[in-house]
Design a protein around this ligand. Sequence first.
Ligand SMILES: [Zn+2]
Length: 1042
Amino acid sequence: MSQPGIPISGGAPAGLQAQNGAASASGSLYTNGPVQNTLMSSQVSVSQGYNSQLPGSYPHLIPAKTLNPVSGQSNYGGSQTVSPLSNYQGPGQTLYRPLVASNPVTTSLHSGFVPRMPLPTFQNAAATSMPSGSFLPGASVQPPSNWQYNYPSTGSQTDHCPRASSQSMSGNTNLTTHQYVSSGDPSLQNSFIKSGITPNTNNGSVVVHNSYDEIEGGGFSATPQHTNKNPTMNRSVGYSYPSLPPGYQNTAPPSTTAMPPSSLNYPSGPQGFNQTPLGANHLTTSMSGLSLHPEGLRVINLLQERNMLPSTPLQPPVPNLHEDIQKLNCNPELFRCTLTSIPQTQALLNKAKLPLGLLLHPFKDLVQLPVVTSSTIVRCRSCRTYINPFVSFLDQRRWKCNLCYRVNDVPEEFMYNPLTRVYGEPHRRPEVQNATIEFMAPSEYMLRPPQPPVYLFVFDVSHNAVETGYLNTVCQSLLDNLDLLPGNTRTKIGFITFDSTIHFYSLQEGLSQPQMLIVSDIEDVFIPMPENLLVNLNESKELVQDLLKTLPQMFTKTLETHSALGPALQAAFKLMSPTGGRMSVFQTQLPTLGVGALRPREEPNQRSSAKEIHLTPSTDFYKKLALDCSGQQVAVDLFLLSGQYSDLASLGCISRYSAGSVYYYPSYHHQQNPVQVQKLQKELQRYLTRKIGFEAVMRIRCTKGLSIHTFHGNFFVRSTDLLSLPNVNPDAGYAVQMSVEESLTDTQLVSFQSALLYTSSKGERRIRVHTLCLPVVSTLNEVFLGADVQAIAGLLANMAVDRSVTASLSDARDALVNAVIDSLSAYRSSVLSNQQPGLMVPFSLRLFPLFVLALLKQKSFQTGTNARLDERIFAMCQVKNQPLVYLMLTTHPSLYRVDNLSDEGALNINDRTIPQPPILQLSVEKLSRDGAFLMDAGSVLMLWVGKNCGQNFLSRVLGVQNYALIPQTMTDLPELDTPESARIIAFISWLREQRPFFPILYVIRDESPMKANFLQNMVEDRTESALSYYEFLLHIQQQVNK
Ligand SMILES: [Zn+2]
């Protein structure tokens, strides 16, 4: 897609650096644009793409095909064109984006999208006026929309054309009645569905796709049917196909005799539609049948009731939906929204001053996942939404999309339910009974045949690396797990090592031993004998094992201190380019040679200052290379094992933009730091054996009227809203921010759907779909009642990371505080009728101030401490990449008393009894010297033992006779033959099993140096540089009551 000012070709490093001025012609600051060349800015504004239209240049009614950007405007010129990075041409890469519509069929795999996506039918009316918002320090004057970051015009900001004037379609609303499939047959769920239907050949037509965007399908299509030619159609739909008549719903199910589809005759009369028509009346009913407990309606004065932390893990709020809908809804562990009641207008959202966004854990390991193998994947013809439990069936042959409201035909094959072997009940198909489902994708969903799983390991073998001894651990872990690497007989593996030179290893079948090939020209890296360096694991397994056994000893005498990481990465990239795959890089120091060399820039004196710290990368080399990798379906995971500053802000880009992950083991040493060795071992085991998806893309769709504008996580935004994920792993989380572009006044429910298309390690193309349904509300009070405080805190944390990078840490901190002040002020002034003294909060937000205070004390955002720069950057990476549940644990740890564990209320899992002690507030007030307390801070567990702790605990759990005999460093509990020991070990093991990373355990005596870390996490207590919870509440109250 051509876009003015965006070169179609050319190396354009300048493009990478493009600093773009403030976008708005009106002078109002544009606030949700992406920031480039900054470590943490992942957001690419979708809405800005729409804004690239000149005012009035694209009436939304023009159908897609006429949108050839004759005028130089792109109908779809989303982030792709906006992102200065998108026009970067990597070495050996073809164009990211073809000339507009020139020859879409010839575009290569990683080329951009083909301009088949029409103009979105909605315009981001609200976003046009995105002002600086409440994330500004001290902002009390609220522009129309807050929660958007304000990027200073001097900063790195993306290029925006002048914002389009608002062309809201809100006049063209849909008055359709909604019906919802209800009463799922539980037996249908979680079963493996195998269709008896012969695969069809897509009506004989061969579909040639040339980009993922085309495959996965775009967002809203401005098909004339549903928007343009007949704007009233949506209105009429509801009347044309009213709710099924009452008699329709209670008729007996049709015959259960299975018939081949061909012989099927559909009766024209009413069928057994067991679909509860949840129209407006039902919704009203459901409102009164609130899923909220009366407790949820309570207004709380936090100054009086400070102890609002529940003693059991905080549960996400249940959306206020009719139970028939809610029971089909997506599990909040996979998909949740900051507001479980969606405000019907942007104005209402602005009033609430709460952020609207989604938090996703789309590839989470699931115990049971329904898989549909049918050849027919039913999707909306307009917006490509996958059929889901929240569509409505107008009759047996037609369903209405819950995202764009288009009426679609039910395909013939879909009439057959493979599970019940019954015809004529499309609403009972597993696709319509499960909010989470996976499809086996036919060949139309492939750009090329699924590639084999390819694993390339890149090891730092400099003197520093050898000193740490990490190679022993990694090579041993690989040996142990070689047979467990996800894959099949096609799995390929390879190794590169590097110091000041790059070493390749030929593992060709038939060799008696691995051959090492040294390339010393790091200026112009070439690959010697590329065909023998990535080898079939099965065929060359012995050679691979040989290499892994000898590798740790090969460099023990090395004196080479330099590190040519950049050239090594370039070599690895070249090697993997043909297939894509996973690159695992182990680095132990600052790279010093060749491209990508870095300089130390941490200034210890400034660690504690919120200003002038280097959170942004010092070079764009790693980001550029990551984008090259992304284009070739390579993801890079970085394992940084370093006691010294290694500029993670720069290095981390290699993983961030290639959809990889960062692992950090500060001060790793095989002898001096055994607990890190244990951590690396455990985490490698998970890393090497966990599920992996290759060549993945993810798209998130939402009901017409809502718009996603900013993405958080590790990926690259390929076209407007298509996330490119060369690898996807079950431990990665994502977040998006949204706005209400068009009034939702005529809609009672909205839905969100994420679709993740990937190649499994077995070479199958699969699509995992999650659909979430939420109610729309019209009052501020309802918006507040439905707030999900954990999701809000999680989204704010993501936003604050961006803010730290684009502005400053102190800006981000101020913005976090203002988030609380602004929303609670709004609640006080607009919801509460009588102005009581105190700090009044809705029940749903009772933990909001606490969680924000916890964020301020979290490693990412804290001040006044000696947090090393790399540790801070790593914490920020974690905020961006972790699923919400782990982020919350890192932010607000769980504290338990464990010297008196009992079986009361214990869980029983597989004959194991796991005690469930109550969660305590994070304050020293909760500690006592005669007890022992376990703090679960996500990646670390700290067991503090009081000076007067009972003898029972000392001897029967710690195995020591008295307090003085507790070892100074104790990182493991002995397994003693006592019930006390069994209980605490069961509890700790259970906590560890809950997460994909391995939390280290420290036993902390009163005089232990680790005690400071323990106290640092006491969020409610005052520290030298941070307020106590009570002081913080007083501060908030002052501001709110101003
Ligand atoms: Zn649709």
